[in-house]
Design a protein around this ligand. Sequence first.
Ligand SMILES: [Zn+2]
Length: 186
Amino acid sequence: MPWKQETADASELRERLRAARRVFVLTGAGVSAESGVPTFRGGGRTAVWKGMPFDVISSAGMIGRDLSLVWEWFDYRRGVLGSCRPNPAHETLAGWQTRFPSFALATQNIDGLHAEAGSRGVYELHGNAWRARCLNCGGREDVREKPAEVRPPVCRDCGGLCRRRRRARTSSRSTQRRRRSPASAA
Ligand SMILES: [Zn+2]
């Protein structure tokens, strides 16, 4: 986009936000790039892990074929995310929830950085790296509370196998998410 066009768009956006009462924001990989979160989207068939393209390892078919491998892939991603912290964009958006009478935030990211910055009730369209669901009873689990050496993690209620949750909504309470411990990021 030409620079002049971008400046015009930014000032129009600022103008609109000044008078806005109901605001909805959708974020993607761009908002977390400054925090060092890799997008894993090399484009096309680029291999991102163990010679596989992103779309192959993250597909529903792979969960059916090799759930342990999918967990290994997400353990790898959780390891990368463990050192990432919210950046000023996450913090600004967290501030917007009290700036506008009505505000909603949805994200395609699974890194949990919006919640860590203080955003509440975030719609996580692709789930969250740390949330899992039992394939048998539907019970919800926090991956940080499961032993890292048991993959796939096992449901505490029925012993069924867990997969990562595909959709999630962060807590609507005003407490900031607790910091991830280095041990749980491994
Ligand atoms: Zn279960």
